[in-house]
Design a protein around this ligand. Structure first.
Ligand code: GUN
Ligand code: FE
Length: 422
């Protein structure tokens, strides 16, 4: 049994508000009962004698948060990138996901994903499984074993997909109810409702999921306004809605009491944005996927300015890389193209802003997560930039920038919810 009170020593960096970096060279970060107790120049008297893990000159950062990733697509990341979203789903995502009906395949594929997530700097994630309940439970078991406090969704799909990857409406709702009940067995990993996107879910299914949410109080994730052909399709499928988000909202599945995250929001208009803000819907910005499947460049800087809740998503396998450091640089780079090519009034994202979205911005979905302010859940990663030699004498902020742009994304130590994972 690990002690729940200990300290890490090293160069501590975090961001308490968007655009601002806190830098604490050679300091102590104290964890008490799984929560951050504070950052100190020297170890205060009341904690004398606790275990101190001394990381020397290394960097200590909050664990990163991935607000949108498909565990079931990890096996084919880096493949099939010459297509737009809807063709890409049909040719790549759906055939791969249908394989998760086979539990031994699911165990193997999810094992590879869970190992990769464990070795990464990500401590929390909102994860899509597939529509197969037993396979989703296998993924939850593996994440629980690995000590990763994630949300996982058994996907719902009852239209517009091949026979082998489609449920009837009744089946979808019954399986979801059973899965929510079975999910009570987990303590660290939580279930979240996951209607894939509006084209995959009938009105009846959405209404049923809305009722389940009100009964169970479950969090929810889906896709929103990702791609122009998709948006056109939704307006045909739901002719009585004024905007895409309304198709979720009318089922009662668009924020409010239960934490809700929508991936992409590349093309969200004024009304959709106003409703997201009013209902506290989180936006998972997935810049790499938006480029790979040619969806566009989301106006993320504007989202931050208008006070939306925003985090980053890898969206594997639309995104090829699981690293949220990589998502930070993708977000910055695509915002520069947007500035130059689309909207000259909105400057590019800065590194501290991207770091905020990757930590406290996305972390807020999980509660007090993603910061080293007192009372926050103790999620931390230790990065060794000695592997990135330079002739320069860098400041701590510059060292963070180099780790974000250059490292392979693998920490040398990792803690989630106060527990050391390696
Ligand atoms: N929209 C519906 N399903 C998916 C998916 O698997 N990936 C992405 N990027 N968008 C989707
Ligand atoms: Fe996605």
């Amino acid at each position: 049994m690990q002690e729940k009170t200990f300290a890490l020593k090293g160069n501590i960096i975090y961001t308490p508000e968007c655009g601002k970096l806190e830098l604490h060279p050679h300091s102590y970060l104290v964890c008490e009962d799984g929560k951050v107790a504070g950052i100190f120049d020297g170890l205060p008297r009341r904690w004398q004698g606790i275990r101190v893990e001394d990381y020397g000159d290394k960097l200590i950062l909050p664990g990163l948060v991935d607000l949108h990733v498909h565990a079931s697509q990890y096996a084919y990341r880096g493949l099939g990138m010459d297509m737009e979203l809807l063709d890409w789903l049909e040719c790549n995502a759906f055939p791969e996901e249908s394989r998760f009906a086979d539990l031994s395949y699911a165990r193997r594929a999810y094992g590879i994903f869970t190992d990769a997530l464990t070795r990464s700097a990500t401590t929390r994630a909102c994860i899509f499984a597939t529509l197969h309940r037993p396979a989703a439970l296998v993924l939850m078991e593996q994440l629980e074993q690995a000590g990763l406090p994630c949300y996982v969704g058994k996907v719902n799909m009852d239209r517009n997909s091949p026979d082998i990857l489609r449920e009837t409406t009744e089946q979808s709702l019954e399986e979801t109810r059973l899965w929510l009940e079975q999910s009570r067995a987990f303590t660290l990993v939580r279930p979240m409702l996951t209607p894939r996107f509006i084209p995959s879910c009938t009105d009846e299914l959405m209404a049923g999921l809305g009722r389940l949410q009100r009964e169970f109080g479950t969090a929810m994730q889906s896709h929103l306004s990702e791609n122009l052909s998709e948006i056109r399709w939704v307006s045909e499928l739901c002719p009585d809605t004024r905007f895409y988000g309304e198709a979720y909202a009318r089922a009662g599945l668009f924020g409010g009491d239960c934490p809700t995250v929508m991936a992409h929001c590349v093309w969200s208009g004024e009304e959709e944005r106003a409703l997201m803000k009013e209902n506290g819907v989180f936006i998972a910005h997935c810049p790499q996927s938006n480029i790979n499947v040619s969806s566009g460049i989301a106006p993320v800087k504007n989202y931050l300015k208008e006070g939306q809740k925003v985090g980053l998503g890898s969206d594997v396998a639309g995104g090829a890389h699981l690293s949220i450091f990589r998502a930070m640089t993708d977000a910055i780079q695509s915002s520069k193209l947007r500035w130059r090519l689309v909207d000259q009034d909105t400057p590019a994202l800065t590194l501290p802003e991207a770091f905020y979205m990757a930590t406290k911005g996305g972390g807020a979905f999980f509660g007090k997560v993603g910061s080293f302010e007192p009372g926050y859940d103790f999620d931390a990663v230790v990065m060794d930039d000695a592997e990135l030699p330079t002739t320069r004498d860098c400041t701590l902020a510059e060292r963070l920038e180099r780790v974000v742009y250059l490292s392979d994304g693998r920490p040398c130590a990792k803690y989630a919810a106060g527990k050391r994972l390696f």
